[in-house]
Every structure is written in C-alpha cells, then in structure tokens.
Design a protein around this ligand. Structure first.
Ligand code: OOG
Ligand code: NI
Length: 458
C-alpha cells in the first residue's frame, strides 16, 4: 500500500511538531493555549468560526521556518519538500527590510485547495546571500563559501527517497517512514560544537548569517500554530507569564473581516550550546536561535487589495510618527476609512478573492452579471479564499525578534540581484506567483458555474 503525499506531509508535520516540542517546551504550551482558544472560539461562534477553514485543518495547521546557506542547499530543500507535495510560492527579499537580513526567501506549501484542506503544512525557507558585498567583505565571502561548500545537510539516501516520492506521488512502507524520519532529523538542533571565533565573526555582521553559516548543520527555528483569535491567545500567554513581543504584526483588530495574516511571537530562548574555543577546548555558552510564534489567517487580497494594504501601512507609519500614541489605534482608524467592512464590500471592489457556487436550489442565472451582484441577489454563495502566504514586513519583524546584534550593511555597494526567476532556477522548479494561484482558484469556481448553467459570470 502506498502512503500518499498528503499523508507523508501530515506525518512530516506531526513529526516536526513532536521533535520541536521536545526541544522547546514553551512551544508545547503555545500549542495547548492555541487549542484552548480555538475550542472556545468554536463554542462561541459555531459554524462561523470555520469560515476560513475547518477546525480539523486549523488544529493541525503549522508553519515552520528554516534557513540554508547556498543555492545547492536550497535546491536540495526543494527536492525534499516536493516529496511532501510542498511547492515554492512567492519571493521575499529581506535584505531591503528595515532590519536588513542577508537572505532571500520563498515558502514551500501545498497549492491545491484540496491538498491544503488535507494538510496545509508550509515552511518559510530562507537562503543566505553569502556573496552579497553589502554584508560580507571579500575574505568573508571566500571563507563562507568554503565553510558552506564543505557541509552536506541532505544525504543521498534522503534525496533519492524524496525524488521517488515526488515522482510516484507517495511511497510504500517502510520507505515512507524512513523518508519522514530522515527529513525530520535534518532539522533537529545538533549538539556538535560550534567554532566560537567563526560564529562571533559572522554574528558581528548579522545574527542570521551566524545562525546559518556559523554552524555545520541546520535546524527549524520556529513552528507556528494557527489560532482563530490571536488577541485572546496573546492575553492568555501573558497570563501564563510568557512575555510576548509588544505588538501583533500585520492587520489590526478591527470591525471588518480578517484579511491576510496577523502574527505575534515570544522571544528567542537562551539555549546552552557547546563551543570550541580558540585554544581547542570545548566550553559551554548560550545562543538564542529559536522562538515561538502564533498566527491568525484571513482572506487573501488581490493585487489591488494588497496595494491598498501597503498604502494603509504607510499611512499608519506616518500618523504614528507625526502624532505618537498607539499603532493599533491609528491602524483601526485608517482601516475604517479605507477598507469596506464586509466580505461583500471587498468582493465588490475586487480587493479580495472568493470562490463562488450556486445557492441551494438555483439552477439558472440571469446573464451579464458580476459574481458579487449574484451573491446579493441570492443566486450565488461566496466563500472567502484563505491567505496561505506570508508578509515581508512581519517576516522581517520575526527575524528581528531573534537578533541579538544590530548587524551591519554597507549601503554604498550594489547588492547581488535576486528575483523570483533567479530563485526559481536555484530551486530547480518554478516558484509560483501567489496571486496567480488565488486568481485561478476564484476563476475555476466561476468556470464550474458557467459549465452547469451555461451563463458566464464575470
Ligand atoms: C523566518 C521568518 C519569517 C514568518 O512567519 O513571517 C516567518 C525566519 O526567522 O527564519 O516565519
Ligand atoms: Ni513564522
């Protein structure tokens, strides 16, 4: 019997969760509190609580984050994740963010609605741009290339199993278990001693560079459960004495529908690690490389909706700088001013994505109407499309919460150019454009309606 890709993915997510819970006990607390919040939210709201995903999906839902050092390593990551039906989506350049992290990133995730519903495990994956002269001088660039070139994160057995699972759409036992075990083991924190001098040298430039290029292995640095009410989660965690970062990142809490992604985290934890001193002796030290994060997902915005979101972010920044006070307060006011407060309003202005189906009992449609009009007239029912991706500014904030030093970047130099196309080449497969995926989903639902009714809905 073959273990299907979505079962492999669910097993991989569960194994990673168990491993991370053993390594970082606060994660287990976070998961418990999240489950409590979700249970209570469901009890309070009933069916409405599941508008953006079934409780089964949301309860199992996690995203992780990993960081690798070279194009070759990213290519290997893409092969391993392909085994689990996880494909690269979106391009993020964190080098230009306020915190100037020397990485470019994508996210590996399922892309079909059905696959997402079965298990939506996703991993935000960053690659060090070790050749970027704004961060690393010529000596360091060479030493980094040597150090990273000498390590091997994914062995040939794992890659062969992964290629087979991707080609065959699954694996029989015992290979299925072996694949999941081997893939999970790659992301465990290693107790191999860290070369102290080398690590600290990189850390002066960027903690993220040290976390990636200063150690001989890689590790998962957080695993994020999904909650239905992030404000309540935040309250409950603080009640338990776990100090969260100051703010919930992303959209504010406001009277309209949840859109995009709201996230918050608690700080990196000090963990004891073995260091090799310059004299060759091994001593203990601490590092902060892992932390906890939680998220609430909302409706996917169209490019137009996203542009509006980015403009509103800018306006909130300006008001905050000019008037002081609380960001959340300014944000609520700016949002109330610019964004419709209903799903129907978002659809009307083409700010968000929905899928449509015929309302119960409807078999015919009037011609020449737009979908939202047919929702208003009771012919169609709209379901919001969930945002499955990440936000660069929140991602930069997450990296930031993990930085011990400010780092340095030489703005005089030209950076190494990266875009979606170049990163696709490195991955060995095309990175999907998230907007194209959401738009295709909306369009597929309209096409299905046209097929049954013979009426084209715009
Ligand atoms: C990844 C940070 C990005 C998110 O949720 O935005 C991220 C990292 O720290 O490696 O996970
Ligand atoms: Ni995250």
């Amino acid at each position: 019997m073959t273990v299907a890709q979505h079962e492999l993915r669910a097993a991989f997510a569960a194994h990673m969760s168990r491993m991370y819970g053993q390594e970082v006990p606060a994660y287990t607390t976070l998961v418990e509190v999240s489950e409590g919040v979700n249970r209570d939210h469901l009890a309070q709201l009933g069916e409405a609580a599941e508008r953006l995903g079934s409780i089964e999906r949301v309860t199992a839902e996690r995203h992780g984050a990993i960081r690798v050092g070279t194009p070759q390593e990213l290519g290997h990551v893409a092969r391993v994740f392909a085994a689990f039906g996880m494909h690269p989506v979106g391009f993020y350049d964190l080098r230009d963010s306020a915190s100037a992290v020397p990485v470019v990133s994508t996210a590996f995730r399922p892309i079909d609605r059905q696959e997402l519903a079965r298990n939506p495990f996703r991993v935000f994956t960053s690659m060090l741009v070790a050749e970027d002269p704004r961060f690393f001088d010529a000596d360091l660039r060479r030493e980094l290339a040597d150090f990273l070139g000498a390590r091997r994160l994914f062995d040939d057995e794992l890659l062969a199993l992964a290629d087979r699972a991707a080609a065959e759409g699954g694996l029989p036992e015992p290979e299925a278990t072996e694949l999941v075990d081997r893939a999970t083991a790659v992301f465990e924190l290693s107790d191999e001693p860290i070369d102290e001098q080398w690590y600290r040298r990189l850390e002066e430039i960027s903690s993220v560079a040290a976390d990636i290029g200063g150690v001989p292995t890689t590790h998962i640095n957080h695993l994020t459960p999904r909650v239905l009410d992030i404000e309540e989660l935040y309250r409950r965690m603080e009640e338990r004495g776990i100090e969260m970062i100051d703010e919930i990142q992303g959209p504010p809490s406001w009277e309209g529908p949840d859109v995009l992604l709201r996230q918050t985290s608690f700080r990196a934890l000090d963990e004891v690690r073995a260091f090799r001193k310059p004299d060759g002796s091994i001593g203990e030290g601490t590092l902060r490389v892992r932390f906890g994060e939680v998220e609430q997902r909302g409706i996917a915005l169209t490019q137009q909706g996203r542009d509006l979101y980015d403009r509103m972010l800018g306006e909130v920044d300006e008001r905050l700088a000019a008037e002081g006070g609380q960001r959340a307060e300014h944000a609520r006011r700016v949002w109330a001013q610019h964004l419709p407060t209903t799903e129907q309003g978002l659809a009307e202005q083409e700010l968000a994505y929905f899928t449509y189906e015929l309302a119960e009992g409807v078999t015919e449609l009037p011609a020449d109407h737009r979908a939202h009009e047919l929702v208003a007239s009771g012919h169609l029912v709209a379901t919001p499309v969930v945002y499955e991706d990440f936000l660069p500014r929140s991602a930069a904030g997450i990296f930031q919460s993990n930085l011990t030093t400010a780092g340095s970047k030489d703005e005089e130099q030209a950076g190494t150019a990266y875009d979606l196309a170049r990163l696709s080449e490195i991955c060995g497969v095309e990175i999907h454009d998230p907007y194209a995926l959401y738009a295709a989903e909306q369009q597929a639902s309209l096409d299905a309606i046209a097929r049954t009714t013979g009426v084209t809905v715009r």
